[in-house]
Write a protein that binds this ligand. Structure first.
Ligand SMILES: [Zn+2]
Length: 384
């Protein structure tokens, strides 16, 4: 995780999300400083990194580029390495009582030691007790001019409306493919590597909107590439996307034929190759989901790396049933004695379910070969 730490965003410009960048620029460039920010969104999307950047923007001693922090002065450096005594990071889960908040209110009155602004970053703020929230609200109603709060939470619905209404709310979302590619390009450039756009897109797809996961893959690729070049082929080879997609196609074929034996063979192969069954099931469900949307007439979402099957032999009702069975099986995965068992049971159950009787749909011509019915529409953005 060297890259992740090394390339954690240090300026507003380096944050993934365009929306967050714009909101922060607007909020921080005005001379009237907000006294409270609320950062919401799932874990791992950079809320804490953004909070530290705000702390630096408000305290940097040598701003050179507009409002961006210099990352060199005493304030910036001590904030980045967590030693600045005026920047207090508080975990809401372990400081949730009224006594802690009262204590905090007392200390808030004191002026900062060296910084311009005292910054209180309260993580998991939704964990505070009602009494603690009430005490916090009193502070937010009349905050001393030297104090700025940054409240972070994964569960904004648990934060009282009276608190919400006093904060500038920034919602952190999963990064889009373009946003992740932008961040990867920043790293590639600094590491003096070359990266194919398609390779970066594929990594973005694999990391499902998480900068942290994406950077981890990027780092692995940087370590194994021999010529400082990250190609799509390299990523595919090492993440055996093509291999997994092929097995998903095989599995769908066996489900179409209700051929439990060949389905179970695919599972055995997965197990012997050490492919994570949960990952495979996720891909299978996504492929069926795409197929379902396609059959209903919803356009295929570009950038979706899942396999698209535009005319599988399965009926809409069958796809629906399979998605239900597989979703349940996937949720049971963590309790399974062997990871392949839930998937195997779906295959067996599906194999013994009575076939649909020939309905009106059967009158329409269908592909004779199920192999022909598989279309590799999208793998990592483009055809293989
Ligand atoms: Zn600075």
């Amino acid at each position: 995780m060297v890259f992740y730490r090394k390339y954690r965003p240090q300026t507003i410009e380096e944050l993934d999300s365009k929306e967050i960048r714009e909101k922060l620029y607007n909020a921080l460039k005005s001379p009237e400083v907000f006294h409270a920010f609320l950062f919401t969104g799932p874990k791992g999307l950079g809320k804490t990194s953004a909070a530290r950047i705000v702390a630096k923007v408000l305290n940097c001693e040598k701003k050179t580029k507009g409002i961006e922090p210099c990352n060199k002065c005493g304030q910036c450096v001590s904030i980045a390495n967590g030693t600045n005594l005026d920047i207090l990071e508080i975990d809401g889960a372990s400081n949730r009582g009224i006594d802690e908040i009262r204590d905090l209110r007392e200390k808030i009155k004191l002026s900062p030691m060296s910084a311009r602004k005292k910054i209180y970053i309260i993580d998991e703020v939704h964990m505070l007790t009602t009494e603690a929230f009430n005490a916090l609200l009193k502070t937010l109603e009349e905050p001393p001019s030297h104090v700025v709060f940054i409240l972070c939470t994964t569960e904004p619905h648990k934060v009282p409306g009276t608190i919400l209404s006093r904060c500038l709310h920034l919602q952190f979302k999963k990064a889009t493919e373009d946003e992740l590619v932008r961040s990867f390009e920043r790293i590639i450039k600094k590491e003096k590597l070359a990266g194919e756009k398609d390779a970066l897109r594929l990594i973005a797809n694999l990391s499902d909107g998480s900068f942290r996961d994406g950077v981890k893959i990027l780092e692995e690729m940087a370590l194994i590439t021999k010529d400082k070049k990250i190609t799509k082929e390299l990523v595919q080879k090492n993440y055996s996307i093509a291999g997994i997609q092929y097995k998903i196609a095989q599995m769908i074929r066996s489900l179409e034929e209700k051929d439990a034996k060949s389905g179970l063979k695919v599972v055995a192969k997965l197990a012997s190759e050490g492919v994570e069954v949960g990952h495979f099931m996720q891909g299978l469900i996504e492929a069926l989901h795409n197929s379902l949307l396609f059959k209903i007439g919803v356009e295929f979402v570009p950038g979706n790396s899942a396999l698209a099957i535009d005319n599988s032999k399965l009926e809409i009702s069958e796809i629906k049933k399979l998605i239900e069975l597989l979703s349940t099986a996937k949720s049971e995965l963590k309790y399974a004695v062997l990871p392949q068992i839930p998937l195997e049971l779906v295959i067996v159950e599906w194999g013994i379910l009575p076939s649909k009787e020939a309905g009106p749909a059967e009158l329409h011509p269908r592909p004779t070969s199920s192999v022909a019915s598989l279309l590799w529409l999208k793998i990592g953005g483009k055809g293989i």
